[in-house]
Design a protein. Structure first.
Length: 234
């Protein structure tokens, strides 16, 4: 399998890797706390906060992060996508340092949907006795509609995640390109990189922590200043 050479380069910074696996854990936790019996709504809300904070941070990081974390590095138009699809898997045109053009579409789709899902959850309710932290900003009927969208969008997210995992396994087993390990180690083997690909340098982790802190403070303020509400209006 490709990827055993000594020319590996660091292409994914630590914040990108932590955010990737953090979203995996937060989304899984949000799903489990809705499926388990008992009063897990508080933990479901906490997982939703985590999804919102991580997705928002990743979007900001897409503009100020390291080279291959930036949207400008991997988001491409239809022509680049077609060129990538037509290129032989061993050709230089198929060797991408960061996200390939198809992977870029999934990154954008998942970030957009996860952010929307988390925001919808802030206004939702469990149609029994628990409400999202921003329920007080809307009436019960609006919250019910947003709750329905929240549930429907989750089904779409699950389908997108399934496609994402299937694509990673396809690249691993068919194209002999391991996309999973670099998201753990941060390093990609030289055999999968175009000539002249360099290391990304420092991860800029302190900057990422500052972004998390700022967005976390904003989220806390929004929740803390939200009007108190009851699902039954008393």
């Amino acid at each position: 399998m490709a990827g055993t050479d000594d020319g590996a380069r660091r292409v994914w910074d630590l914040p990108v890797r932590l955010m990737h696996w953090g979203l995996v854990l937060a989304v899984t936790g949000a799903w489990l706390t809705r499926e388990l019996e008992g009063d897990w709504f508080a933990w479901h809300t906490r997982c939703g906060y985590a999804v919102l904070l991580i997705a928002a941070t990743r979007i900001v990081w897409g503009f100020v992060g390291t080279r291959h974390a930036r949207f400008g590095d991997f988001v491409r138009g239809p022509r680049a996508i077609l060129h990538y699809l037509r290129a032989d898997k061993d050709a230089a045109g198929a060797r991408i340092v960061g996200h390939n053009p198809l992977g870029a579409l999934m990154v954008l789709a998942l970030l957009t949907m996860l952010l929307a899902q988390a925001v919808l959850g802030l206004f939702a309710n469990d149609q029994v006795m628990s409400t999202g932290p921003l329920f007080g900003h809307v009436d019960a009927a609006t919250s019910d509609r947003l709750t329905t969208l929240h549930k429907q969008l989750f089904d779409v997210i699950v389908a997108a995640i399934a496609i994402h995992v299937a694509a990673a396994l396809f690249y691993l087993w068919v194209r002999r390109e391991n996309l999973i390990l670099p998201m753990i180690t941060g390093r990609k083997p030289g055999s999968l990189l175009p000539p002249g690909a360099g290391d990304i340098g420092p991860s800029r982790t302190l900057l990422a922590l500052a972004i998390v802190a700022a967005l976390g403070a904003l989220l806390w303020w929004v929740v803390a200043t939200a009007p108190e509400a009851s699902l039954f209006g008393f």
